[in-house]
Design a protein around this ligand. Structure first.
Ligand SMILES: Nc1ncnc2c1ncn2[C@@H]1O[C@H](COP(=O)(O)OP(=O)(O)OP(=O)(O)O)[C@@H](O)[C@H]1O
Ligand SMILES: [Mg+2]
Length: 268
């Protein structure tokens, strides 16, 4: 569904990404791990064309995204975004926030009038049901907890009926219970709606619990790619150089459950 080929992104002298290739299949939840500054956000911005990569290719649904306005419109309608701080309009109802996910499907004159069709409302309510918040549809967004607001952000992305969702550290500011609800909603949406989900995370235990597959990035390069069970100590040391391992003489790879002792917050 999403394919990134040999992507390089330089900000002047800084090589944020170098030769990154990866793909995310429909229905798959891919988690990208990497230390602060590794290039995770840059990768998402290149995929949805918030920034133009220095070189390399991004394909969405098998097609390269053209660099013109039509290409941009297409990628924005097919790829939903979820941000760390959910970006809801606090004074609007939960339902109206989710309905903004329908804007790209509406004729311009309707969106200008902020007039939503019954069909759009039905889709928005269905998306709220998927994150178990349909009963809060008429609450003001800022009356909800941070975790609930993030799940409204997921519903808004789903209302767009995207082929893919990019999530940049969607649980960074949430307590563990809310974080797990958010990640569970994302994974379920991926599976039930065949959406390709690419999710940047800082928390290794969440990646192991929720990812179908993990890609590790360090200093702009892919240094690991595999199933959660393959994320052993050596792999973690490649992704997080300088991370102390408990027992260096322990040469055989440790199975995944041992990695749950890795600190939840690895960012600086
Ligand atoms: N607009 C920019 N101009 C110049 N350099 C940038 C810009 N955005 C990012 N960088 C640099 O590119 C590199 C990758 O940054 P990026 O934000 O993608 O990392 P990240 O993995 O998302 O980090 P974090 O986990 O802290 O969010 C860093 O060295 C960063 O300083
Ligand atoms: Mg980032």
């Amino acid at each position: 569904m999403i394919e990134v080929r040999d992507l390089t992104m330089r900000y002047g002298e800084v090589a944020a990404l170098t030769g990154v290739s990866l793909s995310v299949a429909a229905g798959e939840m891919l988690v990208v791990l990497g230390p602060s500054g590794a290039g995770k956000s840059t990768l998402l911005r290149c995929i949805n064309r918030l920034i133009e990569p220095t070189s390399g290719e991004v394909l969405v649904a098998g097609e390269p995204v053209p660099r013109d306005r039509a290409g941009l419109r297409k990628v924005r309608s097919q790829v939903g975004m979820i941000f760390q701080d959910h970006n809801l309009v606090p004074s609007l109802s939960v339902l109206k926030n989710v309905l903004t996910g329908r804007l790209s499907h509406m004729p311009t004159w309707l969106s200008v009038l902020q007039f939503f069709r019954g069909e759009d409302v039905r889709i928005a309510l269905e998306c709220l049901r998927r994150v178990d918040l349909d009963e809060r549809a008429w609450s003001r967004a800022n009356r909800l907890s941070g975790g609930q607001q993030q799940r409204v952000g997921i519903a808004r992305a789903l209302a767009q009926q995207p082929r893919a969702i990019l999530a940049d550290e969607p649980v960074a500011s949430l307590d563990p219970k809310s974080a797990r609800l958010v990640l569970n909603d994302l994974r379920r949406a991926a599976r039930e709606l065949s959406i390709a989900v690419l999710c940047n995370l800082h928390q290794v235990p969440y990646a192991i619990e929720f990812a179908d597959r993990i890609v590790g990035i360090s200093a702009g390069k892919v240094v690991f790619e595999g199933a959660p069970a393959q994320l052993d100590r050596q792999a973690l040391a490649r992704i997080y150089p300088g991370l102390e391992t408990e027992d260096e003489s322990d040469s055989p790879a440790q199975p995944a459950p041992d990695l749950r002792h890795v600190p939840v917050e690895l960012s600086a």
